[in-house]
Design a protein around this ligand. Sequence first.
Ligand code: KH2
Length: 256
Amino acid sequence: MTKKIISILIILFYATSAQAASKLDIVKKNGELRVGTTGDWDPMSMKDPATNKYIGFDIDVMNELAKDLGVKVKFVPAEWKTIVAGITADRYDISTSVTKTPKRAEVAGFTATYYKYGTVPLVLKKNLKKFPTWDSLNNKKVTIATTLGTSQEEKAKEFFPKSKLRSIEAPARDFQEVLAGRADGNITSSLEANKLIIKYPQLAIVPDGGKNPAFLAMMVPKGDKVWNDYVSNWIKRKQTSGFFMTLEAKYNFKSL
Ligand code: KH2
């Protein structure tokens, strides 16, 4: 009996140690944290045209994570349409934040959430009477633009099943379609929408917004529990220490 238990324990020991090494060990061994980021999301990840360096809320987060891990950080350029593929193809160990969506969750892991935002539609101000509510945009005569590969592209299918949907490839943007009259509306985060209506006064936010809060998290390889737990616990620790609050103040960017 005891012999049997011992042999089971030996088998279990070898089975566990044969598992693929966690990113946590690999990152530490390589002395480098590879971070996938798009550099086009104000204020999360932006490429400074003057220096070609990445700046932003999430860039500060990743610099801090690398510092606490005792490794260097390397930002790997990514695009919205392939940001998930970069994780599955091991082009980077982690991504800067993305919206948690069911489609992405099928193939990638999400860390703990550290940011929440609302989604709102934008239309031309002169069309607000025609489109006073979200429901008025759900119509087969209406065209809604989103950016290819983003959570908004997924959300538009859910919010506006009757409308014509148009995916725009970055660096071109969905709201430009609205400005140019090629789409009636687009959907974006409430934060971006509030900045856009100042920059482009011809745009307006369709009310009854703040619908469907979205949750931001970093992506890590699916199934690497050790790495995901490590980063998620790090996030929780940094939330308690006030690190994220300081960043929100620095970027004037408040979580819901
Ligand atoms: S999401 C990020 O994770 N956005 O929600 C989308 O897909 C960010 C709107 C286009 C600017 C370029 C920022 C995509």
